[in-house]
Design a binder for this molecule. Structure first.
Ligand code: TRH
Length: 411
């Protein structure tokens, strides 16, 4: 039966006691190097929890940046080299060569986003009696080539090891995206309970939910020159707009718009701030732990999201959304934006598809956003958001797809 095995190690006796797997659990090591922001650890942490909680795997997560991780997981202890959180062993990957105090090789090894495994770990993988199932988990892209490359295998140049490339995606033949088994039920419970929504508004903003004629917009974004025009449009909107902004990279623009002085922390429009101009009321929210981010999407009518993980969550929230893709040199991100639109917007009527594409492009630096044009198609976009969530779910969830494939490799 698969299990975590201690490979012969140069110094196997160092550090904390070995993990104690039971004979029938699958041991999995995930390695995550945080490049920037929260998406790298956001995806790995979500995957780790799903594999542990839904598949019963014994998961160890190596992370090089515990500060970024702690923003998503406040119970994490910043200076602990090794700790248990939510049923997962978290190792501070404090230097690239570090592979845990005791060299133990898991049944399934996932290197996230091309981060390089420690040499000593790879060498021990090769010495293991049965080679582990080794995955490189790639970034999400909706582009067509992804299906061709998903599950391609690459033999190691020196060792008898094979690495499988696992590609998340938005279409058939890809690995899909992460989705917890209980996510739809949690959303339905939130949406059907006025008390749950009122409690959320009270906790997150300190006030009651707005009147039904208000449009609630969540705004999670990088710095974005298009925001100034949009704030002006919301200020002059025909009906109230309530903007919910997790404190972060876009907050400075809000502070300038509302002419607010910087907070003592140096952040303008810091968490807890509430400001109004014309028909726009904006609330700055504290960055919450990851599992609470979904409720913000469920409480909003339209969600602005970014990067990878919040982009996926907005799709599961099944509301109209606007994606700010992670910007790359030479506008390499724009074809990826269009590839996502091709999936999401393909079945929309021409006018709604054009308005959606125009708005997403404008939010990504090409043109000026036109809120009225976007909102003219609100009902159509709401319907599409719901059908798209069903279509996307038909790909199966990424953790389940990966677990299933790993099983075939471990037989
Ligand atoms: O933070 P992001 O921009 O992350 C990334 C990284 O930049 C990464 O290097 C890049 O490659 C990738 O994008 C494409 O956006 P993302 O992916 O949405 O991650 C944000 C995470 O933060 C997500 O898991 C949701 C979480 N989050 C919270 O936990 N609490 C909050 O209050 C908010 C607003 C977000």
């Amino acid at each position: 039966m698969p299990t975590r095995s201690s490979a012969p190690s140069p110094d196997p006796s160092r550090g904390s006691p070995p993990l104690t797997p039971t004979a029938d659990t699958t041991a999995c090591d995930i390695f995550c190097a945080v490049i920037d922001n929260f998406g790298d650890i956001g995806v790995c942490w979500r995957l780790a929890r799903q594999l542990a909680h839904e598949h019963g795997w014994q998961v160890r997560l190596f992370v090089d940046d515990l500060h970024a991780f702690q923003r998503l997981c406040p119970s994490l202890v910043i200076d602990a080299p090794r700790q248990h959180v939510d049923g997962i062993v978290v190792e501070h990957w404090h230097e690239p060569a570090h592979a845990g105090d005791t060299l133990q090789i898991a049944d399934v090894v996932i290197e996230a986003f091309g981060c390089e495994l420690p040499n000593v770990y790879v060498a021990a993988m090769a010495r293991r009696e049965r080679a582990p199932a080794w995955f490189n988990l790639e970034y999400l892209s909706g582009e067509d080539w992804v299906a061709d490359f998903h599950l391609r295998q690459s033999p190691h140049p020196r060792y008898a090891l094979t690495k499988t490339f696992f590609f998340p995606g938005l279409g058939p033949g890809t690995g899909g995206v992460l989705k917890e088994r209980d996510l739809d039920a949690a959303r339905a419970a939130f949406e059907s309970s006025a008390d749950a929504r009122a409690a959320w508004w009270h906790d997150a903003t300190g006030v009651a939910p707005p009147a039904p004629d208000a449009t609630v917009v969540s705004l999670f974004a990088y710095e974005n020159p298009a925001v100034d025009s949009l704030l002006e449009q919301w200020r002059h909107a025909a009906s109230p707009v309530v903007l919910l902004v997790p404190e972060g990279r876009i907050s400075g623009a809000l502070g300038r718009f509302f002419e607010l002085p910087a907070h003592a922390s140096g952040v303008s429009f810091a968490a807890g701030t509430r400001a109004q101009r014309g028909n726009l009321t904006a609330c700055s929210l504290a960055f919450t732990e990851q599992s609470r981010y979904d409720a913000l999407l469920w409480a909003s009518d339209v969600n602005f999201v970014r990067g990878e993980d919040s982009f996926v969550r907005a799709q599961w929230a099944a509301r109209p959304f606007v994606w700010q893709i992670y910007p790359q040199a030479d506008d390499a991100h724009l074809p990826k934006l269009d590839a996502a639109l091709a999936h999401y917007a393909a079945s929309l009527p021409d006018d709604a598809r054009t308005a959606l594409a125009r708005f997403w492009h404008a939010w990504n630096g090409v043109g000026t956003p036109d809120w009225a044009d976007f909102m003219r198609h609100r009902t159509t976009l709401e319907r599409r958001a719901a059908t798209w969530a069903t279509e996307l779910a038909s790909l199966g969830d990424l953790a389940g797809n990966l677990a299933l494939f790993a099983k075939t490799q471990l037989k």
